[in-house]
Design a protein around this ligand. Structure first.
Ligand code: PEP
Length: 255
């Protein structure tokens, strides 16, 4: 069986309760349950529980944007995997480039987060991606390889991991990777996973593209054979735009 498409929305630090409810209800009401696609929405932490309630009993799942690897303790400002689970999360994003760049999260740190989240039963969306400088210096593949190796221990249960390839230069910039650029990196990621985890794992793992995905460019990107869905930032803040990307994934990946 083919890989089921997956579209996740990263709200980043946007929305308070009233606006969040309106957005989530728009998404919930517009989502066609016959679309064969997995959907996750990742709101800021204070909205996880109420947004989970909004989509309770529907196919739309909630995820967090970050997690700490310790179970509890003196870690002011942090949230444990268990807390996310109890707040209703199915997914958690780990290694978003904003966490790596702004908050200085290292590969070693991210590896612990991935393992701790999986141990708690969360599904992980692990992000990798090169900067513009790295791409221009032909270092893209080397960087992706390093980030994969740093974050994903060979002993983890990869069936609960999704990888998101998000070129840093394409995030929030309106500048997307071309379908050829995305396909090249996605194919490399799949090959690399095959080498470390095995051919079955490589064939099954979902690899999302992220970086200025919008309704107008979704089809080209999602048509690539190794692109299994999208991680969407800006465009997921408008219900109709996010729904359009989800329906494009359902149509493109299953036709
Ligand atoms: C993201 O933050 O993961 C992202 C892809 O953002 P945008 O779609 O706005 O580029």
């Amino acid at each position: 069986m083919g890989r089921r498409p997956f579209v996740a929305g990263n709200w980043k630090m946007h929305n308070t309760l009233a606006g969040a409810r309106e957005l989530m209800r728009g998404l919930r009401d517009g989502f066609d349950t016959s679309w064969p696609v997995d959907v996750a929405v990742c709101p800021p932490n204070p909205l996880l529980y109420p947004m989970g309630k909004e989509v309770d009993g529907t196919a739309i799942k909630v995820g967090a944007q970050n997690v700490h690897f310790e179970a509890q303790g003196a870690f002011t400002g942090e949230i444990s995997p268990e807390m996310l689970k109890h707040a209703g999360c199915t997914y958690v994003i780990v290694g978003h480039s904003e966490r790596r760049q702004i908050f200085g999260e290292t590969g070693q740190f991210l590896r612990k987060k991935v393992s701790a989240a999986l141990k708690e039963g969360l599904e992980v969306i692990y992000c990798v991606g090169e900067t513009l400088n790295e791409r221009e210096n032909n270092a893209t593949i080397r960087v992706i390889e390093r980030q994969l190796g740093e974050g994903l221990e060979a002993s983890i249960d990869l069936s609960r991991v999704t990888i998101a390839y998000e070129p840093v230069w394409a995030i929030g910039t309106g500048r997307q990777a071309t379908p050829d650029q995305a396909q090249e990196v996605h194919a490399f990621i799949r090959e690399k996973i095959g080498g470390v985890f095995g051919p079955r794992e490589a064939g099954e793992i979902r690899i999302l593209y992220g970086g200025s995905v919008k309704p107008s460019n979704a089809e080209g990107l999602l048509s690539c054979p190794d692109v299994d869905g999208a991680l969407v930032g800006g465009a997921c803040l408008v219900a109709d735009d996010f729904l359009s990307i989800i329906s494009t994934a359902a149509r493109t990946k299953t036709s």
